[in-house]
Design a protein around this ligand. Structure first.
Ligand code: FES
Length: 78
């Protein structure tokens, strides 16, 4: 139950009261699949059936994208 996501932002997102939901809470995305930047948009529901010991990659880092299991992450030599 892990997933590889690609982040392209090079700076922080500032959150304020306009980001609060109806319950006056701010929900920060931790799954990496939200289409709403740093804010949770419910896309994490796509991860509900992920297996515990598998690493996944979602096409375009989108919950609607094709989901693939990753065998191994290979890092490029520098
Ligand atoms: S935690 Fe990522 S969309 Fe909810």
């Amino acid at each position: 139950m892990a997933r590889e996501v690609t982040h392209e932002a090079q700076g922080p997102t500032v959150l304020d009261e306009s980001d609060m939901g109806d319950d006056d809470q701010i929900y920060v995305c931790r799954c990496g699949l939200s289409d709403d930047g740093a804010l949770c948009d419910g896309s994490h529901n796509a991860t509900a059936d992920e297996a515990e010991s598998v690493v996944y990659k979602y096409a375009n880092d989108d919950a609607d994208g094709e989901r693939r299991a990753i065998d191994e992450i290979v890092y490029e030599e520098e």
